[in-house]
Design a protein around this ligand. Structure first.
Ligand code: IMP
Ligand code: MG
Length: 186
């Protein structure tokens, strides 16, 4: 089947099966923007995108907002090793004084949940009034620690997904859709 004929948008690449197309992402992010406008009206609002995965989601979501928002990225890395230890290293920290502010962490995906636990603990030390999390995707089957985003756009099955910020070996972040990588076809 030639998917190119079936898809009215750019959601096809060899070796990648589109799971969530750009139109659906657009609608969901727009709706989330409306919700956040309501929930954060009148607050001292700071968006903290988790780089690099959260950048595309944050760029689109932030442009749906009619409230004032500071955007202050953060970046973490899990320690190198044969197994993911769940230990993290901070590569880039936020630059704004978060004390008393309402922080919304922007994540690409909540998988095991470990990076989210680390990030929340780290940001909590800065004394914000509140910390919530918006995640584009959630893979609940993979959860190791009990943590959930406050806002989740889509739940996905236990498959390795790329696009719209998510990468495989640094690639595919720029795809305008979320798709499943068929590593054998690459
Ligand atoms: P955690 O396991 O919830 O700590 O997720 C850590 C990070 O792994 C996420 O923020 C993503 O950057 C990355 N990740 C997890 N699942 C996927 C996936 O299916 N595709 C691409 N990156 C992923
Ligand atoms: Mg990430």
């Amino acid at each position: 089947m030639d998917m190119r004929e079936k898809q009215p948008y750019d959601s096809f690449r060899d070796g990648i099966l589109a799971l969530i197309g750009p139109n659906l992402i657009y609608s969901r992010v727009k709706y989330l923007g409306m919700q956040i406008n309501e929930d954060y009206r009148g607050k001292e609002f700071v968006l903290v995108p988790v780089m690099l995965g959260g950048m595309v989601f944050c760029a689109d979501l932030s442009r749906r907002l009619s409230i004032d928002a500071i955007i202050d990225p953060i970046s973490i890395n899990s320690y190198e090793g044969t197994q993911s230890t769940g230990k993290f290293r901070l590569l880039l920290d936020t630059q704004t004084d978060l004390a008393g502010k309402d922080v919304l962490v922007i994540e690409d995906i909540v998988d095991s949940g470990r990076s989210l636990v680390y990030l929340k603990e780290h940001l909590k030390k800065k004394g914000p009034r509140s910390i919530r999390v918006a995640a584009l995707l959630s893979k609940p089957e993979r959860r190791i620690v009990s943590v959930e985003a406050d806002y989740t756009c889509f739940t996905v099955p236990d498959l390795f997904v790329v696009g719209y910020g998510l990468d495989y070996e640094g690639k595919y972040r720029n795809l305008p859709f979320v798709g499943v990588l068929d590593k054998e076809k690459l």
